[in-house]
Design a protein around this ligand. Sequence first.
Ligand SMILES: Nc1ncnc2c1ncn2[C@@H]1O[C@H](COP(=O)(O)OP(=O)(O)OP(=O)(O)O)[C@@H](O)[C@H]1O
Ligand SMILES: [Mg+2]
Length: 309
Amino acid sequence: MLNDPVEPIEPPEDSIMIGTGKGGVGKSTIAAHLAGHSAAEGLRTLLVCVTSQDDDDLGIKRFNRGIQPDGPSVLDGQGIYRAISERTALKPIREVRPNLDVVPGGAAVGELVQLLMHRMMAEGVGVALTLARSLAPIAPWYDRIVFDSAPENDSLEQLAAGAARRLVVPTRSDDSSISGMKRIARNFQAVRRQVNPSLRVAGAFLYASNPTATSMHSEVKDDIRAVLGTSTPILSKVVGYREKPARNARKKGLLFSEYAEMLPTSARSYDVAAGRAKVADVVPDAIVGLADDMRELNNEILLYCGRAN
Ligand SMILES: Nc1ncnc2c1ncn2[C@@H]1O[C@H](COP(=O)(O)OP(=O)(O)OP(=O)(O)O)[C@@H](O)[C@H]1O
Ligand SMILES: [Mg+2]
């Protein structure tokens, strides 16, 4: 069947997708922190979570942060689902932090896959612009828009790629994360060629690794370029692997910098030993290094996004 030519839609000027083909690499953590970092710098920022996992890094659901829009719930991915299925504007949760609005992900985003496949048969590749169209009416409210993306799902990855101007690709060092990047490379090429010619790879980087393993880092750099292309810019900042503070911060719905601010007044392990506090009340010292690493990574992501053309 022949389809009508796709009517292009220009992505917002400052719109960044965090995407990589593999699950569990750190996309949601990085997307939430990049959005939080931008908002803290005073930019009106929107985070759109095109993912069926709702990790709730910002504590929207668990701690009821932000102002819900009027009408039915947009939690658990229902807002994105409704906007895509009914072809209406996205309705963000406002002021999750000062200057930061969020369209949360969740299980309902996974239900879009079938709908998108069905529409693809009838409407062709233009389906990848559905999110871009639902974003367009509200995009002018924002200085920067950040997309978190779904792992291991082509149609959801293409939906985010269809709405963004820059793609930033994190990876871990293991072979399956590296080869997982083939998926994002393929989807990037397809989306750029067919519906969103403005899309550029701003850079790729190794995430959550031992910072002293420099020879391994340079091997990973070669691996990344072998998959994404020899001219792919590689960011130099490698955020350290620090599982405990990363996990605790997410559980508390706090960004790393926010969690680090609690350290000076935190309970200590001797308080736990004396029965005065619970283990969960002790903020790990390693949060300071993790927060610093993440701030440096965010600055470098923004630098590379600015350079990509
Ligand atoms: N610097 C870090 N060191 C160690 N663990 C981390 C670090 N940053 C994030 N994590 C943890 O890694 C896990 C995966 O992170 P995250 O959920 O951000 O990945 P993802 O790519 O979005 O996953 P998915 O593909 O399932 O959506 C989480 O448990 C998170 O808390
Ligand atoms: Mg995720």
